[in-house]
Design a protein around this ligand. Structure first.
Ligand code: F6P
Length: 320
């Protein structure tokens, strides 16, 4: 391996910059050139490629977002697009590439690998929805950002003696909702993996809790369930309690990464380069049971993940 590429793909996540910095510095330390591919696979197909040196990743470890920019690229899901991507890598002398992103990005990474470009994936998504790993870059920052926002909503909700539905991100996964639900002391935690749709039961519990003198009622609703605004209207109509919905949205993807996100992202970035140096390809860096490990990409994509029964049970007993 003489030159490696690095790109970020899919939704950005705080800590991606720490991973980029680590990829660049680890490669340079080992005498390898690094090329930054801008805007994910879209930028690869447009040949938006620039050489990175150690200095070009100074002052980025504490910054949210990704200095390489990111995109979701339809064309790269086609065989034609993937073939062109591999050819562009070869044209630019890129013989190994680190792809920082989520499941969708790893599908593309697997294809690049099959086309002869040594490829290593690094899990970067606030959703924590990658089955082979207990950690994804950005999740920690995202839950801390959401937690602080929910604390603030709780203040005003209590003052007005309202019910508040706060919708958090996570796509089809409920991890952000679960963690914030517990950390914010919510009254309801609605996860797509678990919610049975019984809104009447929620309404009954709200009325009960008001009778017991509770001044607020915080419902953390995961994006995968959604419909927070209409839920708020129905709850207000059924309970007579003023109810507001807040969709936290993209604020959860921004901001300076936490220490944990900077640290884990740095280790994972370095590990990705070391795998390339060892001649490996088609691997995904992961964090499992307290260790940094790696998996075959296809094997990793076949794995299934679910919210821990034990953690969900405990979360449910804490809300009442
Ligand atoms: O995957 C990260 C994520 O923020 C999800 O939580 C959310 O469903 C999605 O991306 C939003 O995507 P976009 O930024 O394209 O609206």
């Amino acid at each position: 391996v003489k030159t490696i590429g690095v790109l970020t793909s899919g939704g950005d996540a705080p800590g991606m910059n720490a991973a980029i910095r680590s990829v660049v510095r680890t490669a340079i330390h080992n005498g390898i050139k690094v090329k930054g591919v801008m805007r994910g696979y879209a930028g690869l197909l447009e040949e938006e490629i620039k050489e990175l040196d150690s200095h070009s990743v100074s002052d980025i470890v504490s910054r949210g977002g990704t200095v390489l920019y990111t995109a979701r690229c339809k064309e790269f899901t086609t065989a034609e697009g993937q073939k062109r991507g591999a050819e562009i890598c070869k044209k630019h002398g890129i013989d190994g590439i680190v792809v920082i992103g989520g499941d969708g990005s790893f599908m593309g990474a697997g294809k690049l690998s099959a086309l002869g470009i040594n490829t290593i994936g690094v899990p970067g998504t606030i959703d924590l929805d990658i089955a082979c790993t207990d950690y994804t870059i950005g999740f920690d920052t995202s839950i801390n950002t959401a937690m602080q926002a929910i604390d603030k909503i709780r203040d005003t909700s209590t003052s007005h003696e309202r019910c508040s539905i706060i919708e958090v991100m996570g796509r089809h996964a409920g991890y952000i909702a679960l963690w914030c639900g517990v950390a914010n002391g919510a009254e309801e935690i609605l996860l797509p993996e678990k919610y049975d749709g019984d809104e009447q039961a929620i309404i009954n519990r709200i009325i009960e809790s008001r009778k017991r003198g509770k001044k607020h009622y915080i419902i953390i609703n995961a994006e995968g369930i959604g419909h927070s605004s209409s839920m708020a209207m129905r709850i207000e109509a059924a309970t007579g309690i003023e109810t507001r919905a807040t969709i936290l949205g993209h604020m959860q993807r921004g901001g300076s990464p936490t220490c944990k996100d900077r640290y884990y992202a740095s280790i994972m970035g370095a590990k990705a380069v070391e795998l390339l140096l060892a001649g490996k390809s088609n691997r995904l860096v992961a964090y499992k049971k307290g260790e940094f490990v790696d998996y075959d990409i296809q094997e990793a994509l076949r794995m299934k993940k679910d919210v821990s029964e034990e953690q969900y049970r405990i979360a449910q007993l804490l809300v009442r």
